[in-house]
Design a protein around this ligand. Structure first.
Ligand code: ADP
Ligand code: MG
Length: 240
């Protein structure tokens, strides 16, 4: 593996009595798509909150490009090049799609440079260039997810964390979103994805991490992980 873009070491997060993330360690290779799977409440969103600085860990460290980012402010982590696409997109509904994406381009790593071009590129990559002038309020749920991804990558992030970008989408919309994530990876952005749709996960991921009750119970190539008995028991259902 080349130097990992993201390294999580012995990370734990306790909420009162609950160990939501329990001594989790892994590294993410640059240019890859890594999926994090696991049952509801396994700690997937908490893991993203720890990486992006929305939560402080109880123990352990997170490094981005070999630099420790644990304890840095969320905006600082974003400026370094970590961006997150939220499941519930909250766009400025009265602004156009392009204006919403432009806000992403003004923040994060992009700074004020090349805002117009960055905005255009993000709209293109997210497959919503044709919606650029529409008010965000007219978008469907699926289109809003694309807008949220466009906003996230317009920051010129090197690492995109996408938390269930396909939740609630139909199979056609899910395939379109997976396609967008693949294009984002091809553009040079490393992707970490939380996703429930197993066929999509198996198809798009270079690597799959499995969380169960805060613990990392498997970490490997999709084919390998899907055969892991512990994963089958915890998540994929008992084999026939
Ligand atoms: P997932 O995203 O895998 O469904 P979460 O990371 O959202 O799981 O939650 C993991 C566990 O931590 C759950 O039991 C959840 O209730 C708990 N949890 C998450 N965030 C908080 C919080 N801010 N305060 C207390 N408990 C939390
Ligand atoms: Mg979650």
């Amino acid at each position: 593996m080349s130097a990992p873009i993201l390294r999580v070491e012995a990370l734990s997060k306790r909420f009162r009595g609950l160990l939501a993330i329990a001594d989790v360690s892994f590294a993410v290779e640059p240019g890859s798509i890594t999926s994090v799977i696991g049952p509801n409440g396994a700690g997937k969103s908490t893991l993203f909150n720890l990486v992006t600085g929305y939560l402080a860990p109880t123990a352990g460290t997170v490094s981005f490009k070999e630099r420790t980012i644990t304890g840095l402010a969320t905006n600082r982590i974003a400026e370094l090049g970590v961006s997150r696409a939220f499941q519930i997109a909250r766009p400025f509904r009265d602004l156009s799609v392009a204006e919403n994406v432009r806000i992403g381009a003004l923040f994060g790593k992009a700074g004020a440079r090349d805002v117009a071009r960055t905005t255009r590129d993000a709209l293109d990559l997210a497959g919503i260039a044709h919606l650029a002038e529409e008010p965000a309020s007219v978008l469907t749920v699926g289109q809003l997810r694309h807008l949220e991804v466009a906003r996230a990558i317009a920051t010129r992030a090197d690492l995109l964390l996408a938390d269930e970008p396909c939740a609630g989408l139909n199979p056609t919309e899910t395939a379109a979103m997976i396609d967008v994530l693949r294009r984002i990876r091809t553009s040079g952005v490393t992707v970490v994805l939380v996703e429930h749709d197993m066929p999509s996960v198996m198809e798009v991921s270079d690597r799959v991490l499995v969380l169960d009750a805060g613990r990392l119970i498997a970490d490997g190539a999709p084919a390998e992980v899907s055969k892991n008995p512990q994963v089958i028991a915890a998540y994929l259902g008992t084999p026939d």
